[in-house]
Design a protein around this ligand. Structure first.
Ligand SMILES: *Cc1c(COP(=O)(O)O)cnc(C)c1O
Length: 354
């Protein structure tokens, strides 16, 4: 017997890797250092006890969509919810990309955009960010004219650089786009502005968000998107029926009643990020200004891989981007709790001066 061949266009695919090591301070995957409030866990326990387990969940996730619509001041018909924003992105790409279509990304950026685009059968075209990781407006629009993408991804704040694309640029990209523009705002609540204000029924723009980072709910796998009503109706045709289970729908809605606590945690992380940034600047490493819950930095004198290893030896894990294209010697640190940040800084100081 022989193994059935994998789709030819997928044979070069490598899969997404985010290696975990057993360390005391884990600052490598941009999760929240804090769990959700204890009342939330208690409320969720009660809600789970009330679920009618023999029945399929509400296929339209009506209450959750209404809650999210309320939070963002939009119509519930503009909200699409899925198992993590990665499933939102997958559904978007199955609907708007696929074989024979092109998807445009600006690198370096979140690897899953191109990865999921490829699994949809689309051709990925990558364009370059500037060396400060911003986008050059003229270069972006001429690339769009050249490529004619069905889907263009922006990521703001951008993972792994932390940089934000300004409103004028996003507006221009949306106006010039021959297809759909997706702005991935996984870190949107940490940032100073959001593309949500640019949305409209006849505007080819969607904004994706997630519960994984700001809501301290990475374990839940819940994300959502806001966009035109007609577009959400198209996604509803493509996504699997009953994809969002009843527990998740309850949890997502309950979390929204703890928005004030979430916002307090976000404010604290933003303050900690500023402290980390100035400490890193004082240490003489290159730092890119971040509006997310992580910071990209580059040690000047030592190779990034050596610094990463030195940190691991001190039981501190950051993301090693040092061998990624366009990110030579760069490391990315997630903003953690105060004690985790201090531990990271003192370990880095040791590594850099040893
Ligand atoms: C973490 C992250 C996500 C989150 O994906 P989920 O599937 O919602 O956990 C999406 N986009 C970016 C840019 C991210 O960094």
């Amino acid at each position: 017997m022989s193994r059935p061949p994998v789709r030819g266009d997928l044979s070069a695919l490598e899969g997404y890797h985010s290696p975990q090591l057993d360390v005391e301070v884990r600052l490598n995957t941009n999760e929240s250092p804090l769990p959700p409030p204890p009342e939330f866990i208690a409320e969720l326990r009660d809600a789970v006890a009330r679920i009618r387990w023999n029945r399929y969940p509400d296929r339209a996730a009506t209450a959750l969509r209404e809650g999210l619509a309320d939070r963002h001041g939009v119509d519930p018909g503009q909200v699409f919810v899925a198992n993590g924003s990665n499933e939102v992105i997958q559904t978007l790409l199955l609907t708007f990309a696929g074989a024979g279509r092109r998807v445009l990304t600006f690198e370096p950026t979140y690897a899953m955009h191109s990865q999921i685009a490829r699994t949809s059968g689309a051709t990925v075209v990558t364009a370059e960010r500037r060396s400060d990781f911003g986008l050059d407006q003229g270069a972006v629009t001429s690339k769009m004219d050249e490529v004619n993408p069905s889907v263009t991804f922006l990521c703001s704040p951008n993972n792994p650089t932390g940089t934000v694309d300004p409103p004028e640029l996003v507006t221009e990209v949306v106006e010039r786009s021959p297809g759909l523009v997706v702005v991935d705002e996984a870190y949107g609540e940490f940032a100073e502005w959001s593309a949500l204000g640019l949305l409209g029924e006849e505007v080819p723009l969607v904004v994706t968000r997630t519960y994984s980072k700001v809501w301290s709910m990475a374990a839940m796998r819940l994300g959502y998107m806001i966009g035109p009503r007609w577009l959400v109706a198209e996604l509803d045709k493509v996504v699997l029926p009953y994809h969002l289970d009843a527990v998740k729908q309850e949890a997502g809605l309950l979390a929204l009643s703890h928005t004030a606590e979430m916002e307090a945690r976000v404010a604290e992380l933003v303050a900690s990020r500023r402290l980390l940034e100035s400490a890193l600047n004082r240490m003489g490493v290159d730092v890119w200004p971040s509006q997310a819950n992580f910071i990209l930095f580059r040690p000047r004198r030592l190779p990034g891989g050596d610094v990463w290893r030195g940190l691991v030896d001190r039981s501190v894990l950051v993301r090693d981007c040092s061998s990624w294209p366009r990110l030579e010697n760069c490391l990315r640190v997630t903003v953690g709790s105060r004690s985790e940040n201090e531990r990271f800084l003192s370990s880095l100081e040791e590594v850099l001066t040893s």
